[in-house]
Ligand binder design. Structure first.
Ligand code: HAM
Length: 414
């Protein structure tokens, strides 16, 4: 027997109400903040991700689903959504639109990770990008939107972690300070030894206990910001206070993708911390240029739908049921079968959801099926009803029955 691939999941009908609930909140919040939907292809030129996410990140080094297509081109199932959106922004000349261009997506992403609770090899992300504006007011708005999304879903006890990792001008000196600092330690884990050369920022969020102590007293990014980045960061903090969004400064927050500049942030369940981040984002002021455009700032955020649902369940939040069908049309005898098929079709055309019983089941078995489907009504047609042009309407909960003219059924049901 085949099974779903490791790290992937079927989203069964019983789970769908959670997905619909989250999607509805997404539609509302994106409308409120003026974002338009974009859907990009599931696979892209492999080079796009090395160029954007970064050659030395875990995502690019260890987690991509990369394959050669039949034309010999290297393709990758998208491991994240920001780079494809920026690619589309450039490809479709969106720099000529009024800026910032605000785009959102809800799409499956692929990362070859070690599966665990809330970590999959295919997961769905809601993400949004505001491209073309550097004002810290936009950083605050992007963070506010994430915060309000979770609030509208009813999630509580979340914490917003905030940091600034500087820009092209000030980052090199900071990286040098980090390298200097870590040079004094010879007990770095294997991964961090490699990161020290290629990606020293990532030493700060190493999950190894031995490295965490060192990271705690490492030089802080916010103490190495240039004047412009310092001003940007303090403006952002002021705006967040204005919007009454509580935040914690976290100098070890650097994020796992290399395109970030200045603002980085994550939203985490308070009691669990960084291991179970439900959403994260930040500014990427050099990314569009890196992809071949003219210098264009950008900022965005993304959150995993599975992680949102995990937290909804953990917090005991219930979601509205998806309404099931209202009527089962049951029948006795061949003549009545045709009538049942016609009647079910007639009901649907007037907007009443109906299931026509099928097969060779007894009336009792058809009614048992109606019970199992939890429909409020069954309509029963036998030979007598066919002759008389009537139907029997059964109220399933009260087990009461009445006979009425078939032509009056829609009116009665409404
Ligand atoms: P990310 O932090 O890699 O950021 O992913 C964003 C969110 O996607 C995570 O916080 C988590 O909720 C969810 N997620 C990531 N990987 C998995 C996984 N393997 N299984 C389940 N959920 C997962 C980005 O991808 C950036 N593109 C976000 C961004 C948008 N930055 C700027 N704009």
């Amino acid at each position: 027997m085949f099974q779903a691939a490791r790290g992937t999941a079927d989203i069964l009908p019983s789970e769908q109400p959670y997905w619909r609930y989250v999607e509805k909140a997404i539609t509302e919040i994106t409308g409120l903040y003026g974002y338009q939907r974009i859907d990009t292809p599931v696979f892209e030129d492999t080079g796009l991700f090395g160029r954007s996410v970064g050659e030395y990140t875990d995502i690019v080094q260890k987690e991509m689903y990369t394959f050669e297509d039949l034309g010999g081109k290297s393709m990758t199932l998208r491991p994240e959504g920001t780079a494809p959106v920026c690619r589309a922004y450039l490809e479709h000349g969106m720099q000529n639109l009024p800026q910032p261009v605000k785009l959102y997506y809800l799409a499956p992403l692929f990362r070859y990770e070690r599966p665990q609770a809330g970590r999959y090899r295919q997961h769905y992300q809601f993400g949004y990008e505001a491209i073309g504006e550097a004002d810290p007011a936009l950083d605050a708005e992007v963070i506010d939107m994430a915060w309000q999304l979770y609030r509208s879903l009813g999630l509580a006890n979340l914490s917003l972690q905030l940091n600034s990792i500087g820009c092209k001008a000030c980052r090199p000196a900071y990286l040098a300070a980090l390298k200097d600092y870590y040079a004094g330690y010879d007990n770095l884990c294997k991964d961090c030894k490699a990161r020290l050369e290629k990606n020293p920022l990532r030493l700060l969020d190493c999950k190894q206990a031995s490295c965490q102590g060192m990271a705690e007293s490492a030089p802080r990014g916010t103490e190495h910001l240039c004047k412009a980045c310092t001003a940007h960061f303090s403006q952002l903090k002021e705006y967040l206070e204005l919007l009454q969004i509580p935040f914690s400064l976290n100098h070890r927050l650097v994020r796992g993708l290399d395109y970030y500049t200045r603002t980085v942030f994550e939203i985490q369940p308070e009691e669990e911390g960084g291991q179970s981040t439900i959403g994260g984002g930040g500014r990427y002021d050099d990314l569009i240029e890196e992809l071949g455009g003219k210098p264009t700032p950008g900022i965005g955020f993304a959150t995993g739908i599975e992680r949102i649902i995990l937290n909804l369940k953990k917090q005991g939040l219930t979601v509205p049921e998806t309404p099931g069908p209202r009527v089962v049309v049951a029948f006795m005898g061949e003549k009545a079968r045709e009538e049942a098929i016609k009647l079910a079709a007639r009901l649907r055309r007037t907007g009443i959801s109906a299931i026509a019983a099928a097969g060779e089941k007894s009336l009792k078995a058809q009614l048992r099926q109606a019970n199992a489907l939890n429909v409020p009504y069954a309509v029963i047609i036998g030979e007598d009803e066919v002759k008389a042009g009537t139907v029997t309407l059964r109220d399933m909960a009260g087990a009461r029955q009445e006979t009425l003219a078939s032509a009056d059924l829609e009116e009665r049901l409404k």
